[in-house]
Design a protein around this ligand. Structure first.
Ligand code: UN1
Length: 495
């Protein structure tokens, strides 16, 4: 059966790209299965989409925010209704296991319910004036036309972090989803259309970074770029936006660590580390790729960890019994294997994994065995660079301070965690770990949408997503002074 062809969505119409070409979206658990064909779009399509977003902007901005919120609330409702189908399609295009793709859809639902309510808040401030009969307040205005460039590891959740707050705040949007996972965004956009989003308010253009991403962020009418992806690409986004004085928010890599103290519940810590390191096959920017263990419990912890790692079942994520799905594509599989070679060359000790997994029906997928290295030194490349796969480094530490120093010795600062029973140690860790997110007695993954999401150092550029923080990204402040004295009053000037 020929694969279904999916179209772009521009100005309220589903249409083919001007290139007349499409690209394949394949199932990483079985590369012979084509999930669909998507438009290989061009700068011309981008131009059309931005023009549609520009045309729709004045009316959308004028639509009362509570009304905008109502549409997004209906989107959340239809995500609930379609959750299972969305999750199954997501597993087919991205590979992560069905429990996790349900979670991904759930995160978008949470975002919808939470952020639709912003339509009735969009809180500003009122403050006293230094003059009599004068009123001071700040209100939020949309930024304008937003370009959303989204990754493949959270095919629906991350687009929801961008689209829902951007739209409720009155912006119009052009989204370019990752080429590995355009189907989930296609579904999302369709649900937006069905919920009554007016034509042009949200536009979808699929294609490559060069063919779509670059012309989109360079377009003169795009006011803001919201990007999640690699640090390498993020830095390019920053350069392009800086040249044109655009706003941009970047959400990039991580090299997240879990500290395991000598007083920790070791079984709990092992579960946390397994979930953080091998959940989503290690393909989260919050994934735990370093576990820093107090030397007093190092041996015991490592033994428990290896035993547990070996119980993980690999396979097609649509099977409920599978723990670990494939990597998203062949390039990622090769990259992970390259890092395993680097780890060995650097002198780390491979305890388990370290090879492709092809047995048990996995021959045609991009599977890689959950891998653990011991004797890792903090400066080794496997302990410094983001691998984005199921590779965990075990590092020894002498004390809490030493452990914190190792965690912070990273160019990234997204998520961190500590397992300890000692409240003093927990609070010291909260104070000194230089990351945007810190967990106590939990893994590095699983952030909830009502708090800000993002990180320090090379992880981002100071922005946060989700929570009320999202509004900072997608709105401009306007300060308003209303003088009702009937005379010209002058602030700061003494008469
Ligand atoms: C990501 O890895 O890019 O906190 C996002 C988490 C998820 C989101 C991860 N809620 O792990």
């Amino acid at each position: 059966m020929a694969a279904k062809i999916f179209k772009n969505y521009i100005g309220g119409e589903w249409k083919a790209s001007s290139s007349g070409e499409t690209f394949k979206n394949i199932n990483p658990a079985n590369k012979k299965e084509v999930v669909g064909r998507f438009q290989q779009s061009t700068a011309r399509d981008v131009k059309e989409a931005v023009a549609a977003a520009a045309e729709a902007f004045p009316a959308w901005k004028k639509t009362p925010a509570p009304k905008r919120g109502e549409i997004l609330f209906r989107v959340a409702e239809s995500l609930v209704k379609n959750k299972e189908k969305l999750a199954q399609d997501m597993t087919r295009e991205m590979g992560k296991v069905i429990k996790e793709t349900r979670g991904d859809v759930q995160e978008a639902i949470d975002m919808g319910y939470y952020t639709a309510g912003e339509g009735r808040r969009l809180l500003g401030e009122t403050v006293p004036s230094e003059l009599n009969e004068k009123f001071c307040m700040s209100v939020r205005m949309p930024v304008g036309i937003v370009a959303a460039i989204t990754p493949w590891n959270f095919p629906l959740a991350i687009p929801s972090w961008k689209l829902i707050p951007a739209l409720v705040a009155g912006n119009t949007v052009v989204i370019k989803p990752a080429s590995d996972t355009p189907l989930s965004v296609h579904h999302f956009v369709r649900l937006m259309e069905e919920a009554g989003l007016p034509p042009g308010v949200l536009n979808l253009v699929t294609g490559s970074g060069r063919g779509v991403g670059t012309p989109l962020m360079d377009h003169a009418k795009v006011n803001m770029v919201s990007f999640t992806g690699s640090t390498e690409t993020g830095s390019l986004v920053a350069q392009h936006c800086a040249k044109r004085m655009k706003q941009y928010s970047l959400e990039m890599g991580g090299k997240n660590a879990i500290l395991v103290m000598d007083d920790a519940d070791l079984n709990l810590a092992v579960e946390g580390v397994i979930w953080g390191a091998f959940g989503t096959t290690g393909q989260r920017c919050t994934a735990c790729s370093r576990v820093i263990v107090h030397k007093k419990v190092l041996k015991k912890f490592t033994n428990l960890l290896i035993k547990r790692t070996k119980t993980l079942k690999l396979g097609n994520g649509l099977n409920e019994k599978i723990d670990v799905g494939p990597l998203v594509n062949e390039g990622q599989q090769q990259k992970v294997h390259e890092y395993v070679k680097i780890g060995k060359e650097e002198g780390a000790r491979l305890l388990t994994g370290g090879s492709y997994h092809r047995s048990g029906g996995c021959r045609d997928g991009f599977f890689y065995k959950p891998t653990v290295f011991a004797d890792v030194a903090p400066k080794m490349r496997i302990a410094q660079e983001e691998i984005f796969g199921p590779v965990l480094s075990v590092i020894a530490c002498r004390s809490l301070d030493h452990g914190i120093q190792i965690v912070n010795d990273s160019s990234y600062g997204l998520s961190s965690a500590i397992f300890t029973q000692d409240v003093n140690r927990a609070f010291q860790a909260i104070e000194h770990l230089d990351t945007g997110i810190t967990y106590i007695n939990a893994s590095t993954i699983g952030a909830e949408i009502q708090l800000p999401f993002g990180g320090t150092k090379g992880t981002g550029n100071g922005h946060r997503e989700a929570g009320t923080a999202a509004l900072e990204t997608f709105t401009e402040w306007k300060s308003v002074y209303v003088d009702y004295s009937g005379k010209l009053q002058k602030a700061q000037i003494e008469d």
